[in-house]
Ligand binder design. Structure first.
Ligand code: CDP
Ligand code: MG
Length: 825
């Protein structure tokens, strides 16, 4: 599959082919300043420069005339009828009135009632019909790229226009808007970047912040800024939109702003919990698990249930008495059920059950992440239990999928086909998949959690909240009565939290701190104390410390030149730094690949019954490098070659690699390349060799890796015939069993950098690379003289290096030159 992005970027990364350096063509109808992509969102502002009042009047009249003309057209009558039956339509006049009379308004209403597509449109129509079209600039933020695009497209077609006329969108690196655009959908991230250029949001008349109930970090952050901005912009109207009825929290935050609830209209959705699903499908959980895990399973279950209070709760249930009316196989299955791991075969059985026994209608499956989606995608596609595979259209839906593929989700399947969408919680409230009648809910979502004390961040599947479960169920009742199959027992549902913890309380804050600094919002701590629910001061302190350590902030907590570049990359600062260093030190290709794996996931598959073979395959990629990252690079390169030769399938199969993940990584590499080009670090027209001179030089690659991963460093200490590993924060750690370095007793070099630490029975470091002290000395954290004056120490104490004064001076000079590189860009 050649993606559009690949075609657009040409073959910049591919040394073997020097052709095709096309510019991207799909977007940016109106990027006027001669740059390929808008770095900032300056053009969020009205692009037309209307000097005189008469020109404004003329435009307003034109807009009104066009709008009136469209209303009467036959083509739009059906659309209008559709819009009028949405619950939002009933509150139209009340909404307009409340919005006119108040600066802030909080609107809540069930998913699908028409908040996102109708409310901004009501404002637009009102402004245009009151001849204020020329002065109106409505912005509506979305937490995700894909919803920004799909909603803008939807509204354009509801208005009988082309996308990019009155209604447009802007997401990172892609925009469709014009001088006529009056309503713009953008991601929350895009608006935050716009605020750097234009803290007053000049020219914006109405701002709608959507999906605030999700309590995303960007949204919570934006609300602090807006609360401070409102008194300075009395003419700006702010509308907050939420899918759940927790409007009071937001209302209070904005000085008891009025709230408006849109009464819903959805169809009844029948609900079955695991106990009933098992009865229906006759699926036997126990036999599935017995097959492949045996003892290790019990051990793992014990470990994992410790972290999982809800599953632990289920273990106390007396299955026999509680489920007396159920068949014995169901009771056995319930006993064997371990909520810690999703049983994909159960999901398959449920899909099969629906296809065999239920009527037409799309199936929406909520899974935890890309991992499960791609596994299930392969399984469903490969299996013929559904009979004729031509009757099914199986589609993945995941937030980091390239937008091009995502559009398929919205298309109705061809007649006679059943659509099966495998999604993450992205389909919960922001994406409305048309025609869903059946929902299968696994009950979990990947959630970041952050342990500020141990500086441990994890992205693990966790139980969703009751509010989310309710949302998921509601997705089945939009077009007709539906059914929701929950793959967990009712007792788990009853124990779920009412609402999920806001993201700001459970993620590392370094990216947010960079934002605060670039927006010049004062000291991070005091700014964040104004949040709806302020984060733990220790988490704030950790983030600042990390940013100082990697050289993004100076001692005064101000942005360094490197920090300023990192602000412009919408990425974790460590990943951003690796990409910048990769392009400076001519290892762009490997830096992109490793960054993609870090930001997404690695492509190695570990089938439970063939773990050893899979590990061997990974080790053979690593060679004698003692590096999981090198294994990754070699595997990726091998896949590229195999793909060119049409041997992708067998290559992936033989080497235990996920083709879907590799493809996703490849797409992400292109996105990263766009980002680097956007901030001027890569000039695409210079061709690949300009950035890849040292791409095959593993020592250089490992040094760049060290720059990106620092301070994730452990020291390797010989203990007899073995090596032990130590970190500064948590002391002794172990190498993850899935690493190529697991079981290696002696390492050639004294340090190890790693991608992440995870805590299960002990603390493991995952994906590690053995590196030299020189790599650390030159590319690691800031250096300070030792107390005794005999050498230098790395900030954080990872390295103590004794050397003569002249050597130390030389190192300092080299590092000074390195820092200057960021100044020059
Ligand atoms: O924002 P909210 O969840 O309240 O609803 P919405 O996104 O405005 O969607 C209202 C209705 O418009 C949905 O029920 C869909 O039937 C329809 N819609 C659509 O057909 N295609 C889209 N891309 C978005 C919405
Ligand atoms: Mg919506």
């Amino acid at each position: 599959m050649t993606t559009d992005i690949e075609r657009r970027v040409g073959n910049l990364l591919d040394d073997s082919q020097g052709k095709g350096r096309e510019h991207r063509v799909s977007s940016t109808a109106s990027v006027e300043d001669g740059k390929q992509f808008p770095t900032s969102v300056n053009n969020i502002k009205p692009t037309s420069k209307l000097e005189s009042d008469s020109a404004k009047e003329k435009l307003s009249a034109e807009l009104k005339q066009k709008q009136e003309a469209m209303k009467g057209s036959d083509g739009l009558k059906a659309m209008l009828a559709f819009r009028e039956q949405l619950p939002a339509f009933n509150v139209k006049s009340g909404f307009i009135k409340a919005m006119t009379e108040n600066q802030v308004l909080v609107v809540s209403g069930e998913t699908g009632c028409g908040k996102t597509t109708q409310l901004p449109q009501f404002i637009l129509e009102e402004e245009i019909s009151k001849l204020r079209g020329a002065d109106c600039r409505i912005i509506c933020t979305q937490p995700r790229r894909i919803s920004a695009i799909s909603v803008a497209a939807r509204i354009s077609s509801e208005r009988g226009e082309n996308l990019g006329e009155t209604v447009g969108y802007q997401i990172r690196l892609e925009a469709k808007q014009s001088a006529q655009t009056r309503l713009l959908f953008c991601t929350t991230g895009v608006l935050l970047r716009q605020l750097v250029q234009d803290p007053q949001l000049t020219g914006v008349s109405h701002l709608l912040v959507d999906e605030i109930h999700e309590r995303g970090m960007n949204e919570d952050f934006l609300l602090i800024i807006l609360r401070n901005l409102l008194p300075q912009r009395p003419d700006l109207r702010l509308i907050l939109m939420s899918a759940t009825i927790n409007a009071d929290l937001f209302s209070k935050y904005f000085g008891n702003a009025p709230t408006l609830h849109i009464p819903g209209k959805t169809f009844a959705v029948a609900e079955f919990f695991l106990e009933d699903v098992l009865e229906k499908t006759r699926y036997n959980i126990k036999s599935e698990f017995e097959n492949f895990e045996g003892n290790s399973r019990r051990r793992r279950r014990q470990q994992e249930s410790k972290k999982d209070p809800l599953s632990e709760l289920f273990e106390d249930v007396d299955i026999d008495s509680q489920y007396r009316g159920y068949s014995s196989s169901t009771r056995k299955s319930l006993e064997a059920w371990s909520g810690t791991q999703l049983d994909l075969s159960l999901v398959e059985s449920t899909i099969e059950y629906i296809c065999r026994h239920e009527g037409n209608g799309a199936i929406l499956v909520f899974l935890t992440g890309w991992d499960d989606i791609s596994k299930l995608l392969d399984k469903v596609k490969a299996n013929n239990y559904l009979g004729d595979s031509g009757k099914f259209l199986v589609l993945p839906l995941h937030g980091s999928m390239p937008t091009i593929n995502q559009r398929e989700i919205f298309d109705r399947p061809p007649p006679g086909k059943r659509k099966i969408v495998l999604a993450t919680n992205i389909a919960e409230s922001s994406i409305t998949v048309d025609d869903v009648v059946y929902v299968i809910d696994c009950g979990k979502a990947k959630e970041t959690s952050y342990d500020a004390l141990n500086k441990l961040a994890c992205l693990l599947p966790s139980w969703i909240s009751k509010a989310s479960a309710h949302q998921r169920r509601g997705r089945a009742g939009r077009v007709q009565p539906g059914v929701c199959y929950r793959l967990y027992p009712k007792i788990i549902h009853d124990a779920m939290l009412q609402y999920q913890l806001p993201e700001i309380l459970r993620t590392p804050l370094q990216e947010l701190c960079l934002h605060i600094k670039s927006l010049q919002l004062g000291t991070v701590g005091s700014f964040l104390a104004q949040a709806l629910q302020p984060p733990d001061p220790l988490a704030v302190q950790n983030a600042i410390e990390l940013l100082k350590t990697i050289g993004a902030l100076d001692d005064m907590e101000e942005l360094t030149p490197l920090g300023r570049h990192l602000c412009t990359l919408p990425l974790d600062p460590n990943i951003g730094k690796m990409l910048l260093m990769g392009s400076i030190f001519q290892c762009l290709n490997p830096a992109l690949t490793i960054a993609a794996a870090l930001a997404h996931r690695d492509p190695f598959i570990l089938p439970i019954n063939r773990k050893e073979e899979a590990n061997d395959a990974k080790k053979s990629f690593a060679g004698d490098s003692c590096s999981d990252h090198v294994a990754l690079l070699k595997a990726f390169e091998g896949w590229k070659d195999a793909k060119r030769n049409g041997a992708e399938r067998s290559f992936c199969w033989d080497n235990f690699l996920s083709p879907v993940t590799l493809q996703m990584m490849d797409d992400m590499r292109m996105q990263f390349l766009d980002l680097l080009s956007d901030i001027g670090f890569v000039n695409k027209s210079r061709g690949p060799s300009a950035y890849n001179q040292y791409s095959q030089d593993l020592e250089m690659v490992c040094a760049v890796l060290c720059a990106g991963l620092y301070p994730n460093v452990v020291q390797c200490k010989r203990r007899g015939k073995r090596t032990a590993f130590y970190t500064k924060e948590v002391g002794k750690v172990d190498i993850h069993p899935g690493s190529v370095n697991a079981g290696v007793h002696i390492f050639p070099l004294p340090y190890m950098v790693y991608s992440e630490k995870v805590k299960t029975t002990s603390i493991y470091i995952r994906d590690s690379t053995n590196i030299s002290d020189y790599a650390l000395l030159l590319f690691g954290g800031n250096l300070v003289p030792t107390n005794t004056g005999d050498g230098i120490e790395m900030l954080g104490g990872y390295l103590h290096f004794s050397a003569s004064k002249s050597v130390l001076d030389l190192i300092k000079k080299l590092r000074g030159e390195l820092d200057k590189l960021f100044n020059r860009k």
